[in-house]
Design a protein around this ligand. Structure first.
Ligand SMILES: Cc1cc2nc3c(=O)[nH]c(=O)nc-3n(C[C@H](O)[C@H](O)[C@H](O)COP(=O)(O)OP(=O)(O)OC[C@H]3O[C@@H](n4cnc5c(N)ncnc54)[C@H](O)[C@@H]3O)c2cc1C
Length: 411
């Protein structure tokens, strides 16, 4: 793929929730303009559907091969952009020379007139000694496949064991439930007693999902306890080692597998200038989501520290926020091109769905909580809604049905 040097380039870095939405919306806004190229760069040739990763990591080896696991959470860019003029460039982004207006990748230098930075986040280990070395994270398709392999290996090699999940937030709560089922299935497959394999969630706060809603925390506590998942609250992992963790600086606990779901921070942007960042390494942006001194550069999604004008707090690192910010950004780039004033960002409504294995999920809004099968149905519809927002409808339906077919084997 060669960028056309005669044209102006809108370059989007990262094809995650934010990057894909920005590219699709820009394609719509600029459909009859031949002046601009829309170029998306990602190191992968697909978008990772993160919301499906917990289930992907819990698929049973004997039933689902790695290729099929990939098809559940990897949405190819060729499918997403098939009916658009967005050009996708697979490359690793090494550096961004904002002042010179260039992105340097491992295979070419790409000049830009507008830049959208949406490169996502990485696990935050908070400087806890050896956690990065011994803790598995769940941030990619490869992580998901690695975790399910390790779980199978554990059951094959041993008659008993303990898996520790560090962090009882959204990720920890959701993954604990899925892991419970995976262990059950692997034990059946290898004729082991599932009661001898324990899952322990270690959480620094006083319950699951601290700070969201006491009612939701209680529902999730009850649901996980029913499955025999243990939890230690107000407890910190302060060190990790081979086969053990240290809790609260003093208590050693053996563990066969450590999965770290304790938090994320923005990836360190490879920019050649100093930008102001918050403690999650997110770049501080203007109310219209661009950089103060470089108004043609927009930073969004998990990379951006955006202050919501209503709550005066930084918006959450979620897919919904990333998508919402991408919509504003595409609109603002179009407004800038058409010389209209840019619109300040307003965060979207607060809504969460937390599946806790099987046909069960908790749907949360500040005014409404639905738990159980109805929550699960909401979640499935949300998945379909997302797929159909980025794919042609029949492709979206095909993807959704395939995902459901595979993930229902986990129940
Ligand atoms: C397991 C998991 C489950 C989640 N579940 C939910 C959920 O149910 N609901 C919800 O709202 N949020 C969820 N989240 C959070 C949500 O996924 C993120 O907030 C969201 O992905 C942020 O979108 P983004 O576009 O900023 O980054 P991402 O979606 O992470 O996209 C970043 C892209 O940049 C690319 N990239 C990064 N560095 C480079 C480089 N150097 N060169 C080339 N390409 C690069 C990556 O390949 C990736 O495609 C979940 C996160 C995880 C990890």
């Amino acid at each position: 793929m060669k960028p056309n040097q005669e044209k102006k380039n809108i370059v989007i870095l990262g094809g995650g929730y934010a990057g894909v939405r920005a590219a699709l919306d820009l394609n719509n806004y600029l459909h009859d303009s031949s002046e601009y190229e829309i170029i998306l760069i990602d190191r992968q040739d697909y978008q990772t559907y993160y919301s499906g990763l917990y289930e992907a990591a819990a698929t049973e080896h004997a039933l689902v091969d790695a290729k099929k696991v990939k098809r559940t959470v990897a949405i190819p860019f060729t499918e997403i952009f098939s009916k658009t003029r967005v050009k996708v460039f697979k490359a690793f982004i090494d550096r961004i020379d904002i002042a010179e207006g260039k992105v340097i990748t491992d295979s070419r230098i790409m000049p830009f007139d507008y830049l959208v930075v949406a490169m996502g986040s990485v696990a935050d280990f908070y400087g806890i000694p050896n956690l990065d070395k011994y803790g598995f994270t769940l941030k990619s398709l490869e992580d998901a496949i690695m975790i399910r392999n390790r779980v199978e290996e554990l059951v094959v090699k041993k008659d008993s064991g303990q898996i520790i999940i560090g962090g009882g937030g959204f990720a920890g709560a959701e993954f604990a439930g899925e892991l419970h089922n995976l262990l059950k299935h692997e034990c059946q497959q290898h004729q082991k007693d599932p009661n001898n394999f324990k899952i322990l969630v270690v959480e620094g706060g006083s319950n699951f999902l601290p700070g969201l809603s006491d009612k939701v925390s209680a529902i999730i506590s009850h649901r996980t306890a029913q499955m025999g998942i243990e939890a230690k609250f107000s407890t910190l992992i302060t060190e990790a080692g081979s086969g053990y963790v240290i809790l609260n600086l003093k208590d050693r606990m053996e563990c066969d597998l450590l999965i770290w779901t304790g938090g994320v921070k923005s990836c360190r942007l490879p920019v050649l200038i100093n930008l102001e960042r918050d403690k999650k390494d997110r770049t501080l942006v203007e109310p219209v989501l661009n950089l103060k001194n470089y108004p043609q550069v927009f930073v969004i999604g998990d990379n951006a520290c955006v202050t919501d004008p209503k709550t005066k707090k930084a918006t959450a690192q979620t897919a919904q926020e990333a998508i919402n910010q991408a919509k504003y950004t595409a609109k603002n780039i179009y407004r800038s091109i058409t010389q209209k004033p840019l619109l300040p960002y307003h965060a979207g409504p607060v809504r969460f769905i937390i599946p806790v294995t099987g046909k069960y999920a908790v749907f949360y809004t500040p005014n409404l909580i639905i738990a159980g099968l109805a929550g699960w149905v909401v979640r499935k519809l949300a998945d379909l809604r997302y797929f159909s927002s980025i794919l042609p409808i029949f492709t979206a339906l095909k993807f959704w049905l395939f995902e459901n077919k595979i993930f229902m084997k986990n129940d």
